[in-house]
Design a protein around this ligand. Structure first.
Ligand SMILES: NC(=O)c1ccc[n+]([C@@H]2O[C@H](COP(=O)([O-])OP(=O)(O)OC[C@H]3O[C@@H](n4cnc5c(N)ncnc54)[C@H](OP(=O)(O)O)[C@@H]3O)[C@@H](O)[C@H]2O)c1
Length: 243
């Protein structure tokens, strides 16, 4: 990982933006631009070009436009906004056309990215044990705008790829055969809990990740910004962590 100190644009100066600022500054980086909904007219090409990299954590409605603005300005961009995944492929294409650098992760926590690898392995190991039902549960604070969480969708997609009994995820109380249920709970102040549970009449196997605060996500986002600074292409936390 490089040691160069970065001038960072933080787009979305909310709970995550502030946690990212604290870690970036503690590592010696500078926050050269801070954007919230109040001052988003300042998200200009000229202002972005004063920065080395942008970190975008806003919401499902503004993420795509913010990422495109950074790519248009030639600035590498790291985004953690969730709830807009249906447009991810078009943004990857946009970034490639601009010869830009773009990194997206539904979850920047190092431990959650290790959890993702354990989840894939567990689903593959359970594939021939048809007596089990599997379910995903996510718990977040009540101000979260999207459900299910982006992390829960990643976890569900990994299970569907590796566990033949499930072919589609749903976020519903009524489940049909072959559907993988994601249960979403909103309880304050939970920063993010994800739980995968295989159950049978005989026994259960469970894996769980519980975030105690936002530091893990924020630290991962700063690592991602350090990683992407001089690169071109699309990246994920797997690339940052070498998983
Ligand atoms: N990938 C991960 O690891 C991870 C972890 C945690 C959260 N998240 C996601 O990150 C996003 C932000 O979460 P949060 O908890 O920080 O939310 P938050 O506290 O609500 O902060 C959102 C920020 O975005 C700003 N904003 C809204 N519209 C904007 C626009 N058009 N341009 C620029 N800024 C705008 C808001 O400004 P105002 O304050 O003026 O409204 C606020 O500062 C969510 O999508 C959440 O799901 C991802």
């Amino acid at each position: 990982m490089q040691n160069k100190k970065l001038a960072i644009a933080i787009i979305g100066y909310g709970k995550m933006g502030k946690a990212i600022e604290a870690i970036a500054v503690a590592k010696g980086h500078t926050v050269a631009l801070k954007i919230s909904s109040q001052n988003n007219a300042e998200l200009t090409r000229a202002n972005l070009q004063q920065c080395d990299v942008a970190i975008e954590f806003t919401n499902p409605h503004s993420a795509v436009e913010n990422i495109k603005t950074c790519l248009d300005a030639g600035l590498p961009v790291v985004s953690g906004s969730t709830g807009w995944l249906e447009e991810l492929d078009s943004i990857k294409k946009y970034s490639a056309e601009k010869k830009g650098a773009f990194l997206y992760a539904s979850n920047f926590s190092i431990a959650v990215n290790i959890f993702f690898e354990v989840n894939k392995k567990l689903a593959a190991l359970m594939a021939s044990h048809k007596d089990y039902n599997v379910e995903v549960e996510e718990i977040h604070h009540t101000s979260k705008k999207d459900a299910p969480s982006g992390t829960a969708i990643t976890i569900a997609e990994q299970i569907i790829e590796n566990y033949p009994g499930k072919n589609k995820w749903v976020n519903d109380s009524v489940i049909k055969a072959g559907e993988l249920n994601i249960v979403s709970k909103r309880i304050d102040p939970a920063p993010g809990t994800h739980h995968v549970k295989y159950t049978s009449a005989i026994d259960d196997i469970e894996i769980i990740h519980t975030a105690h605060n936002r530091e893990g996500f924020a630290g991962g986002a700063v690592l991602a910004a350090e990683f992407i600074k001089d690169k071109e292409g699309f990246f994920s936390m797997k690339d940052v962590l070498g998983l």
